[in-house]
Design a protein around this ligand. Sequence first.
Ligand SMILES: Cc1ncc(COP(=O)(O)O)c(C=O)c1O
Length: 443
Amino acid sequence: MALDRSNPVPNDLSAFWMPFTANRQFKKTPRMFVSADRMHYKTADGREVLDGTAGLWCCNAGHNRPKIVEAIRQQAGELDYAPAFQMGHPKAFDLANRLRDLAPPPFEHVFFTNSGSEAVDTALKIAIAYQRAIGQGTRTRLIGRERGYHGVGFGGISVGGIVNNRKFFGTLMTGVDHLPHTHLPAQNAFSRGQPDHGAHLADELERIVALHGPETIAAVIVEPMAGSTGVLMPPKGYLEKLREICTRHGILLIFDEVITGFGRLGSPFAADHFGVMPDMITCAKGLTNGVIPMGAVLATKDIHDAFMQGPEHLIELFHGYTYSGNPIASAAGLATLETYREEGLFERAAEMAPYWEDAVHSLRDCPHVIDIRNMGLIAGIELEPIPGEPTKRAFSAFLEAYEKGVLIRTTGDIIAMSPPLIIEKAHIDQLVGTLRDILHRLH
Ligand SMILES: Cc1ncc(COP(=O)(O)O)c(C=O)c1O
């Protein structure tokens, strides 16, 4: 069907099967963005909507940032595509070097993917292949965590722990076990930053190791701060314990930093923020400010070097994507990192975090609120579900917020907010003020 140029919304919305969306609800009352600039989206009916979620946790520098737009324009005209296998182009190497310089010291090598899901599956594959390369070929098991989100590939949903993302898709990968999640509302509700209780939950890894035998386990993967399940902070001491147990048993630790990478917690990576070093980091989203699909796995020298053996004309790792290190994505990544650096956005997030924390916790006494959690520029506000109708209350809040000009995100009955790091105090006031009004009127 032809597009009516006077009305930017197509007449026929039926063909596009939308991801993670209530398709029928959406197509009855579509919510369309047609442009964006800095902190705001513009809707098809000409309204401004304040971006309280950095798109989908990805536009950390805000929208329509000139350096990034120009880099993409230029690169498209100069070198649109170069084969990713057995050929190279300079910008992928430049970007890998810049990432190495930004990342904590142990991470010296970068494997490019096109998304967070692919970064996760890549890291899991590297973990198993690494163990084999160092003579530990029996280590094939992977350990994830309940409520974990690691994207939607079969590897990611297997180690992930969000029930609806798993239960429709058969038997998944075998040889996977799960740590318990760390949500302890009875002890930790309304914690600011890391909650006090729950470090002992990392000891469950000892139980899993004893059950299967350490010589069968390749890696543990966790989000250092779990975002998509509704913003769960690691309890104090929890990540340190996981690190210690993994090291003691020769198990690799992977931090999935697809959300926490690139300043969300006020430092380049959550590994920096918590002072706990994993063996691999997965990232995506903020790597290109969400503008062009790109993900990456950061690996230590030890992991990388374990593969660099045998005859030099042979491929060392039989893995990669047509678009690994795509020129336009690489150009966008370079311009994005430059924008973060020039504008000091990670430091800015850290400076703004106390104001953000006070603002979101001011919602504590609003109706329906049973918990508020925050760190850096991220917050989760958990609502009491409507009996018999889980998710409905938070979804109504999301729809209301959109009507009132702010974009939030909900998962279950939890409202999640993660604004661009360029947010001003007045925007925070608007976001929180709008939510307060909505919570007071919500059923
Ligand atoms: C921690 C984590 N890992 C992986 C992913 C998947 O990323 P993508 O949607 O780019 O595949 C996400 C997406 O939200 C995520 O939050």
